[in-house]
Design a protein around this ligand. Structure first.
Ligand SMILES: [Zn+2]
Length: 73
């Protein structure tokens, strides 16, 4: 399939993976994000039109949580 999928950079700091826009992070970084933060980020994303600030905060929290989690070797 040659359809052009919209992609963006993984949310994790320093990660250069390019992923479909419907995902927040590449698979590796997403796995490092605690489950609670994953669902927080998802629900904030769904409400982003009503509350963009909450979504931005959830993104930042997720980014920092991943940055604190050591990268698997
Ligand atoms: Zn990544």
């Amino acid at each position: 399939m040659a359809d052009q999928q919209r992609v963006h950079r993984c949310l994790a700091a320093g990660c250069r993976a390019t992923i479909p826009v419907q995902l927040f992070m590449c698979r590796n970084d997403w796995k490092r994000l605690p489950l609670g933060l994953r669902s927080e980020l998802r629900s904030a994303y769904r409400r982003r039109n009503e509350d963009w600030a909450a979504y931005a905060a959830a993104r930042e929290t997720a980014k920092q949580a991943v940055a604190r989690t050591p990268r698997p070797v």
